[in-house]
Design a protein around this ligand. Structure first.
Ligand SMILES: [Zn+2]
Length: 389
């Protein structure tokens, strides 16, 4: 395949902004700077535009349809879910998300979609998956998650997910918003149960992400050894200090509660979900700002697929993180290089540097001037050097 040279762009990444051309070969960036194009290379003129690393969304659910109630999933067959998940993956990529972590699906549908994308038979981002969320019997996500009874069963649940070739494991440390009859402030899996999953994952090189809103659950998750805290609503100073010390990442998913509040019961979101979202939203925005101030590593994630949080609308999270206390440069880093660190893709994804994959987006506006540029001014998406939008 002939290479590609992107000419005349302003490069914007976590290093800052600089003018430069980019030579791409075999899906990778091979040269950045003043690049002379060879006669056999394609040239993409990007004058006056901004070349930025593709977004990395560390929390999506390809099996969720973004309808009013994710429990609608229970009425669908795996075949139906697979069709929807494939369409959702494509929408995610076309929105400029070139890498994503799925944080829980059913029947390993999302893991099969990952394989089809890798094989080039479906369009979508580079995907890392976690299989079924590992939850307490009757707890949050129990309508599709792997329900467990105690540490021994948690270890068994972890082995089942690993056997299905996931990259991550996901535990449910507290109640959640979208399940009825559970309280986000209440701890669900215990510290011992979470540690059993973490230990099992460690033996296979699979890190663990923890869904956690309430303080008791976050403490259990941190003591149990998770790599990332999802949502992290009631983080306090001691927990933040632990996260800084142990380099545990916060994945804030600010858009998820906003989308539920904005849609409301008028659009069919269950009243318990709207009520819990409204209670949680201001608290998590505050703890997010405090995490940013204290240097907790933050990686972008949207919870895409939850009510009215559409696949393909992921980029709105970048602007919401700025609204909640990040600088545009911090939000860009969280959505690229820091997210790559969380996902174990350091040196591969998230910067416009030689050796990195050519997963890039081209914007007509500088995201450091306007963090909404990812939503409004996205013109071209390059996946491994190939124009997909
Ligand atoms: Zn989620």
């Amino acid at each position: 395949m002939a290479g590609l040279v992107v000419k005349g762009a302003t490069i914007v990444d976590a290093h800052g902004e600089r003018p430069g051309d980019i030579r791409i070969s075999e899906g990778r960036i091979v040269e950045v700077g003043d690049v002379r194009d060879a006669t056999d290379e394609h040239v993409l003129a990007a004058n006056g535009r901004y070349v930025v690393p593709g977004l990395i969304d560390c929390h999506i659910h390809l099996c969720y349809a973004a309808g009013p109630d994710p429990r609608a999933m229970t009425a669908k067959s795996d075949a139906q879910l697979a069709g929807e998940a494939a369409a959702n993956a494509r929408a995610t990529l076309l929105a400029g998300v070139t890498t994503a972590r799925d944080c829980g699906g059913r029947g390993f549908v999302e893991t099969h979609v990952r394989d089809e994308i890798r094989a080039g038979r479906l369009e979508g981002p580079t995907l890392l998956t976690s299989g079924h969320p590992i939850c307490r019997r009757g707890g949050h996500t129990s309508y599709y998650g792997r329900q467990t009874d105690g540490p021994v069963d948690c270890a068994a649940a972890a082995k089942e997910q690993i056997a299905a070739r996931v990259e991550w494991l996901k535990v449910i440390a507290t109640g959640g918003i979208t399940s009825p009859n559970v309280d986000p402030l209440t701890a669900e899996l215990t510290e011992d149960e979470i540690r059993a999953v973490v230990d099992e994952g460690r033996r296979s090189g699979k890190p663990v992400a923890a869904h956690a809103h309430g303080g008791d659950g976050i403490r259990n998750a941190l003591a149990g050894g998770v790599r990332s805290v999802e949502h992290g609503t009631f983080l306090d100073e001691a927990m933040m200090a632990t996260m800084v010390r142990d380099r545990v990442f916060l994945v804030p998913t600010l858009i998820a509660t906003r989308a539920m509040i904005d849609a409301g019961t008028a659009k069919g979101v269950p009243d318990y979900a709207v009520r819990k979202a409204a209670e949680i939203d201001p608290v998590r925005r505050k703890s997010f700002a405090e995490c940013v101030r204290r240097g907790v590593p933050v990686a972008m994630g949207t919870d895409a697929g939850t009510p009215f949080n559409a696949h393909g609308g992921n980029a709105r999270e970048v602007a919401l993180m700025v609204e909640a206390g990040m600088t545009p440069a911090q939000a860009l880093a969280a959505s690229t290089v820091t997210a790559a660190q969380l996902l174990g893709l350091e040196g591969e994804e998230g910067l416009v540097d030689p050796g990195f994959s050519a997963n890039l987006v081209i914007l007509s506006r500088n995201p450091l001037d306007d963090p909404a540029a990812f939503q409004r001014d996205l013109q071209i998406v390059l996946q491994a050097g190939r124009v997909v939008r």
